[in-house]
Design a protein around this ligand. Structure first.
Ligand SMILES: Nc1ncnc2c1ncn2[C@@H]1O[C@H](COP(=O)(O)OP(=O)(O)OP(=O)(O)O)[C@@H](O)[C@H]1O
Ligand SMILES: [Mg+2]
Length: 239
């Protein structure tokens, strides 16, 4: 998967799920644990992640009611802005970090585009995948954690939090439901990459599950690193 497959390179772990599913909470906790284990960790998010991409984020999430009324955002325009930001983010931040061997933790990434703009807005997923390949230079996540919970619970958590409401908070419950189901379909189709986590549980239980998944992934990767190195060593011996 992706360009970051080589054993010398870093790892891209993405956090996905509907609004208020606990992505940011768990990302922060995982970053701390990985640093304690001696990993170099880069925490980032989408839309955003670089100065220019954060400006695109402001356009995307602008919740001003008058703007939504006078000029609702066209779905294709939304998708292209997201991909414009992603291209900047991948080129300027994610790829250099992966080349450096860091563990990159990204709060939302390509699967959000397929779930929101594809399943949610009804744009062609085939087309979105093609455009996404163009924007990301085929950088794909090594592992995706999908935090799944009923939409109403996530939205209620968000309302209780201090965070300002954004444009997506004003979407209908039906829209968010389509997005949730979209994420689950993606997970069913890409079960090697996307791991579904029950996000209804308390933060400690979820953190333990995240830990177990990530540790298992890192151990598997270390093992395959050793196997991949072996042929080179044998070749050297033959000379
Ligand atoms: N497991 C949990 N149980 C109850 N509340 C939680 C849990 N995890 C996070 N929260 C709280 O729910 C709110 C949303 O969590 P968080 O911001 O981590 O979600 P998110 O998926 O990043 O949301 P967003 O889509 O808005 O970025 C926060 O107030 C957070 O403290
Ligand atoms: Mg968040």
């Amino acid at each position: 998967m992706g360009v970051n497959r080589g054993w010398r390179r870093g790892i891209l772990i993405t956090f996905e799920g509907v609004e208020g599913s606990g992505k940011t909470t768990q990302l922060t906790r995982l970053a701390k644990r990985l640093r304690e284990d001696g990993h170099r960790v880069v925490e980032t998010r989408e839309p955003g992640g670089t100065a220019r991409a954060e400006r695109i984020r402001d356009i995307l999430l602008d919740a001003k009611a008058e703007n939504a009324r006078t000029e609702p955002m066209a779905p294709a325009s939304e998708a292209l802005l997201i991909l414009a930001g992603r291209s900047q983010h991948v080129t300027q931040r994610i790829q250099p970090a992966l080349r450096d061997g860091a563990v990159v933790l990204c709060d939302r990434f390509s699967d959000s585009t397929f779930a929101y703009q594809g399943y949610g807005r009804g744009l062609s997923i085939t087309l979105l995948r093609r455009l996404n390949r163009f924007a990301t230079h085929r950088v794909t996540p090594d592992l995706t954690l999908l935090f799944d919970l009923p939409v109403s619970l996530g939205l209620a958590r968000r309302r209780r939090s201090e965070r300002k409401q954004n444009r997506l908070d004003h979407e209908t419950q039906r829209f968010h439901e389509k997005v949730r189901q979209g994420f689950l379909k993606l997970a069913a189709r890409h079960s090697q990459q996307i791991k579904v986590i029950n996000a209804r549980a308390d933060p400690e239980t979820i953190a333990a599950e995240v830990d177990a998944i990530v540790r298992h992934f890192l151990a598997k990767r270390r093992k395959s690193k050793v196997t991949r190195r072996r042929p080179t060593i044998q070749k050297a011996h033959r000379r």
